[in-house]
Design a protein around this ligand. Structure first.
Ligand code: ZN
Ligand code: ZN
Length: 155
């Protein structure tokens, strides 16, 4: 996977944040961000742990959890709570402003972008006297084709 130019920018943003908050900027933390950029999908802390150790990185679960927290706090990662699952993360820059459709049977996650939803969000917020900033929408549904759905379960 070729490194994207944006990863350098994200690493700057991260070290800047760590410096400001007086957290230690360790090589390990920086390495976690590099690996996340390789994944290009949603992932849980456990999936990242398995991936990194599979790549030969000797990184503890504690480091992964704390680094994911820090990356979420400085908005490099977006944290999702999909129904019935542990928290999933993704780079905030990888696909801006998208929502998720989740199959309640097999757990398949489909990302989509629908501008009409942004319009409704703005309208609702303004109607209630708020200034809209962002939103998060999850549609819970079932796959159209039960065989595809079953297939996705075995992954
Ligand atoms: Zn997503
Ligand atoms: Zn399904």
């Amino acid at each position: 996977m070729p490194p994207t130019p944006e990863i350098a920018e994200l690493k700057n943003q991260f070290s800047e944040y760590l410096r400001r908050k007086k957290y230690r900027n360790t090589q390990e933390r920086s390495n976690v961000l590099d690996r996340i950029a390789e994944i290009d999908d949603h992932f849980s802390a456990d999936e990242l742990y398995l991936y990194m150790n599979g790549q030969g990185d000797k990184v503890s679960r504690a480091t992964i959890y704390s680094t994911l927290d820090l990356l979420t706090q400085c908005n490099i990662l977006t944290k999702h709570r999909f129904q019935g699952e542990s928290a999933h993360f993704e780079l905030a820059t990888r696909m801006p402003h998208h929502d998720h459709l989740i199959c309640t049977e097999c757990g398949r996650i489909v990302e989509f972008r629908e501008e009409a939803i942004d319009g409704i969000r703005d309208q609702v917020a303004k109607g209630l006297g708020f200034r809209p900033l962002s939103h998060s929408l999850q549609i819970h549904a079932v796959c159209h084709d039960p065989t595809t759905c079953e297939h996705n379960t075995s992954d």
